[in-house]
Design a protein around this ligand. Structure first.
Ligand code: F0G
Length: 365
């Protein structure tokens, strides 16, 4: 029998991507992540007479634990095709982890600019262990991205932030997979928004899926930002963004215009969610669905719960009668990226002596 295994998203979706036979494919077999039902979350939602079917796109299953690998396989492959020897990015953590891993795979140098003190531990470990040169910038992500853009103009190094168009091209494959997994597009697509690349990429993917005849419909795009870092919601830059969801602690998103277009064209919405709501959603996912994502990812679920509470979902579902409304939430990164947050939100293990009496006492049996 011919072996059949998943060999990454460029090989699977190459006909819809800007690659040719000459492109050296740099891959860690990213993509093909599971779409897992979320019945406990669905039961929390109020859609009037309609019924919610909620699905979680588990992007933490990618090789470096986040959706960034979808864009990075393409960005680094194209950099290699163009003869580049080094890549550069600014990052709240996940992009740097992914860039470092794909650069290692390609035999390239990697430089990452990280806002000092704002990177979750797991992500920092990844960038370092894959051999990237990590520099802690005394500033926020927006400052670091400005620097990275200037540096890429001046020095012979390829910028692999999502302003590199290949990044969004790779990330659009997430939408192709959802369409394939559901047999069509969902009604609503919930996603956290930071630099606003991913919401733009998914919308491009859904539109192309429709053009290519893979789906007949388009979803409404629902983007969620942390309340302390919500420039798209407020309509202006945020100079000093603040949130526990460090991945989306961004005040001046690079893909602002694309995201606004996606929201408008899809009759979508962008909303802010508080840190408390993000952490509540995070615990709902971990404790009731058994799914461990990082705090930024839980913003998509916090936002969905907010729209339910405000009656928006009910109104959106009004035309459905007793039908089903299909909702996808993208869980963009793995929970292990930010172990400090997981531990801070959980009770400490009690220390006991190694005997049954101590166990019984601890458990109050
Ligand atoms: N979720 C996670 C886990 C992220 O790491 C990011 C962005 C987002 C959501 C937001 O996606 O920026 O496309 O709107 N992380 C970037 C980084 C900024 O540097 O890793 P976006």
């Amino acid at each position: 029998m011919r072996p059949r295994r998943w060999t990454g998203l460029i090989r699977r979706w190459g006909r819809y991507l800007p690659v040719s036979a000459r492109t050296p494919v740099v891959t860690l077999d990213e993509g093909n992540t599971d779409l897992v039902p979320a019945p406990a979350l669905a039961a929390e939602l109020d859609l009037g007479r309609a019924r919610a079917e909620v699905w979680l796109k588990i992007e933490g299953q990618n090789p470096t634990g986040s959706f960034k690998d979808r864009g990075m396989t393409l960005a680094v492959s194209k950099a290699a095709e163009e003869g580049s020897r080094a890549v550069l990015c600014a990052s709240t953590g996940n992009t740097s982890a992914s860039a470092a891993a794909y650069a290692a795979r390609a035999g390239m140098k990697c430089v990452v600019l990280l806002p000092k003190g704002s990177i979750a531990l797991g992500k920092l470990a990844q960038a370092l262990v894959h051999g990237a040169t990590a520099l802690a910038v005394e500033g926020n992500f927006d400052d670091a991205l400005d620097m990275a853009r200037q540096a890429a103009e001046r020095f012979p190094i390829t910028l692999v932030n999502s302003v590199n168009p290949y990044r969004l091209q790779g990330q659009k494959t997430g939408a192709f997979e959802v369409v394939e997994q559901l047999g069509g597009a969902p009604d609503l697509h919930c996603i956290p928004v930071g630099n606003a690349g991913n919401i733009s990429a998914y919308w491009m993917g859904y539109r192309e899926a429709k053009e290519h005849g893979l789906s007949r419909t388009l979803p409404r795009m629902l983007g969620f930002q942390a309340a302390g870092a919500a420039p798209l919601v407020r309509g202006h830059r945020v100079a000093n963004p603040k949130t526990v969801a460090t991945a989306i602690k961004i005040g001046n998103p690079a893909s602002w215009d694309l995201a606004v277009a996606a929201l408008k064209e899809s009759r979508g919405r962008v909303e802010a969610v508080t840190d408390a709501a993000i952490l509540k959603a995070y615990l709902l996912l971990t404790r009731r669905e058994g799914v461990f994502c990082e705090p930024a990812s839980a913003a998509s679920v916090a936002g969905l719960l907010r729209l339910s509470r405000e009656g928006w979902l009910r109104r959106a579902a009004a035309g459905r009668g007793r039908g089903v409304v299909r909702i996808v939430c993208v869980l963009t990164g793995h929970g292990l990226k930010d172990p400090d947050r997981a531990i801070a939100l959980s009770p400490k293990p009690k220390v006991i002596r190694p005997d049954l009496a101590s166990l019984a006492k601890a458990l109050r049996w």
